[in-house]
Design a binder for this molecule. Structure first.
Ligand code: KIV
Length: 296
């Protein structure tokens, strides 16, 4: 057990905690984090789940979308986040292509996230059509999180980042997807970019906890990308993003002040410098004096 900054005792969060929170109508909190420092801060703030999302392709690596990030790149960040996390449930995204060919390869890649990355849950995108592969991963003792609605790895099939589930047939498909994921035994279902009414219906009808992003307030939990809430994304925010801080402004101001202090020779100050011990200073002064005398 450890303490949050406000002093509440904290316990290790597991998949069972998520289900218990759903039963007790207690909101589940989730944020992305992709490295040691950020994961540690998020964990110590008492967030329930930390997602090493493939959104790191854009936020950390500067790719245009999530499609090009590799298993090795995801593992590198998962390992770093792992070192910062004590209590939160650590979820890692399986990137595009790592579970799309066959179930055997999907299980092998999922196992790498557990063995090499220290992930406790792997997240895969897709519903009904991924259910059998998800079952195979769970059979290998690896908990899985589902992700349906606006699934960014399907951007080319969806024709862009578009809100999903807007017609009756799309709503029915989403419900079938959520039920298939529930039957497969996922730990939770991420609902992204769907109308509030549809997310509310899935959350009410499916026993598995739902975690929403752009899916309205009625999900069992909420997730956002940490770079979005800190204004670190260099572009306009999506409708569902709420900014809780301005890290971009804070970093820029700190860097500008540092640069100005060097320019005006105010950094480093004497107090920020190392000094010789008094005796060595005296000995050095004598040596320098003798050298000067010899040169005369
Ligand atoms: O990669 C990610 O950050 C995600 C969340 C947006 C759910 O999948």
């Amino acid at each position: 057990m450890s303490l949050t900054p406000i002093g509440e005792p904290r316990h290790k969060i597991t998949s069972a905690t998520l289900h218990e929170k759903k039963r007790q109508h207690e909101p589940i909190t989730c944020l992305t984090a992709y490295d040691y420092a950020m994961a540690r801060l998020v964990d110590e703030a008492g967030i329930d789940m930390i997602l090493v999302g493939d959104s790191l392709a854009m936020t950390m690596l500067g790719y245009e979308n999530t499609l090009s990030v590799t298993v090795d790149e995801m593992l590198h960040h998962t390992r770093a986040a792992r070192r910062g996390v004590k209590n939160a449930l650590l979820v890692a995204d399986m990137p595009y292509g790592s579970y799309h060919v066959d179930a055997g390869e999907a299980v092998r890649n999922a196992a790498r996230f557990v063995k090499e990355g220290g992930a406790e849950v792997v997240k895969v995108e897709g519903g009904e059509k991924r259910a059998e592969m998800i079952r195979r991963i769970i059979d290998a003792e690896i908990p899985v999180a589902g992700h349906i609605g606006l699934t960014p790895q399907s951007i080319h099939m969806m024709g862009g980042y578009k809100v999903q589930g807007k017609t009756l047939s799309a709503i029915e498909q989403l419900m079938r997807d959520a039920q298939a994921l529930h039957r497969a035994g996922v730990a939770c279902i991420f609902l992204e970019g769907i109308p509030r009414e549809v997310a509310a219906m899935i959350t009410a009808e499916v026993e598995t906890p739902t975690i929403g992003i752009g899916a309205g307030p009625d999900c069992d939990g909420q997730v956002l990308v940490i770079h979005d809430i800190l204004n670190m994304t260099f572009g306009p925010a999506a409708k569902f993003v709420r900014r809780y801080g301005d890290a971009a402004a804070m970093i820029t101001n700190a860097v500008l002040e540092f640069k100005a202090d060097i320019g005006s020779r105010q950094f480093p100050a004497d107090a920020e410098s190392y000094h010789l011990p008094k005796e060595t200073q005296a000995a050095l002064a004598t040596v320098l004096q003798r050298k000067r005398a010899l040169r005369r």
